[in-house]
Ligand binder design. Structure first.
Ligand SMILES: Nc1ncnc2c1ncn2[C@@H]1O[C@H](COP(=O)(O)OP(=O)(O)OP(=O)(O)O)[C@@H](O)[C@H]1O
Ligand SMILES: [Mg+2]
Length: 317
């Protein structure tokens, strides 16, 4: 349903999107993840036909953003990261305004607006001024607006930003419901855990480049490799010296990403492995080689958020 092929978009000297290729099947909820400035909004604006690509191509429902913008606009609902609201309107008037802008038949507008209000749980707020909605409600109104013309594809730029945990859960169930109705969703966020539960696939982007694409399970499998283990050594008089020599023995092993003494805890070393395979027995050998005696071995659970930070370590444009 969405096919991005070798897409590049520059702003002057800055390459905001760099040779990006992404494919999203119909009915998917695709989580588009990346730190600030990664190029998420830029990519979505290209898909929404608001920015022209410098090179490469982007297609929505087999239509090209370069040549068939008008047809694409009928098929997509784009919710920007910042929604300029029309503050002197009520919720109902606001949605009626967009129904008119999309040239929906006048007779049908009332029932369409009622339908989207119902779906986004805003019926009770229909006569409230847009300016007095809470953050969560205005985000939902943003979703209501993009549903007015019943598009096949929704491009939602950070719909959950600034929401409290409960509003986030409500947003997730709304988006899941939309996917169940057969819509294809591309949802951006810089927080992976915000999306993990509802996405059927994710793409992680950094400095305009795709660094991971696949299912959440694939993402877990990928980051599982980078395992962390806390090694506790038996107490000894010269523990600082032993820790130093164990750390250098571990550091010398190519299977070890890093070995660091834990501050304030005598004899505890935090070890990060490059790969969980082929087992950890070699750690024992290294500790012995460094003159240490192991008291305990504590694998640290893999937190997807940490793992994500590791995948995108450093580089923020
Ligand atoms: N209109 C513009 N003119 C010049 N540079 C721009 C423009 N829009 C975006 N950029 C730059 O392109 C890069 C990508 O920006 P983009 O808004 O796509 O990132 P993002 O992933 O959406 O980030 P965020 O999480 O902060 O929303 C940034 O370095 C940004 O400064
Ligand atoms: Mg953005």
């Amino acid at each position: 349903m969405i096919e991005i092929t070798h897409l590049t978009k520059r702003f002057g000297d800055l390459t905001a999107v760099d040779d990006l290729s992404i494919s999203i099947e119909a009915g998917e909820i695709f989580g588009f993840i990346g730190p600030n400035g990664a190029g998420k909004s830029t990519t979505m604006k290209v898909l929404a036909c608001l920015l022209k690509p410098d090179s490469g191509s982007a297609k929505v429902d087999d239509l090209s953003v370069r040549a068939q913008g008008d047809a694409i606009r009928q098929r997509i609902g784009y919710m920007p990261d910042f929604i300029g609201y029309y503050d002197d309107l009520t919720v109902d008037e606001y949605l009626q305004f967009f129904a008119a802008a999309f040239r929906l038949p006048r007779k049908k507008r009332r029932s369409i607006v009622s339908g989207v209000l119902e779906l986004t749980d805003l019926t009770a707020k229909r006569d409230t001024m847009v300016s007095s909605l809470s953050r969560g409600m205005s985000q939902r109104l943003g979703v209501a607006r993009v549903l007015i013309h019943d598009p096949k594809v929704l491009l939602l730029d950070e719909p959950a930003s600034g929401l409290d945990p409960r509003a986030r859960i409500e947003m997730r169930s709304l988006l899941t419901e939309l996917a169940r109705m057969g819509k294809t969703l591309m949802v951006s966020s810089h927080i992976l855990s915000e999306l993990a539960e509802m996405c059927s696939s994710i793409g992680i982007i950094e400095q305009g480049r795709l660094i991971f694409a696949g299912s959440i399970d694939d993402a877990y499998a990928r980051v599982k490799g980078a395992e962390r283990i806390l090694i506790r050594l038996e107490p000894a008089d010269n523990i600082a010296q032993i820790v130093a020599s164990v750390v250098s023995a571990l550091d010398a092993d190519e299977r070890v990403e890093s070995a660091t003494p834990v501050d304030g805890k005598a004899g505890v070393i935090d070890v990060e492995l490059k790969d969980a395979e082929p087992g950890r027995h070699f750690l024992l050998e290294r500790v012995i080689a460094g003159g240490g005696r192991i008291a305990s071995f504590e694998p640290q659970s893999v937190n997807l958020e940490d793992a994500f930070l590791r995948l995108t370590k450093g580089a923020i444009q």
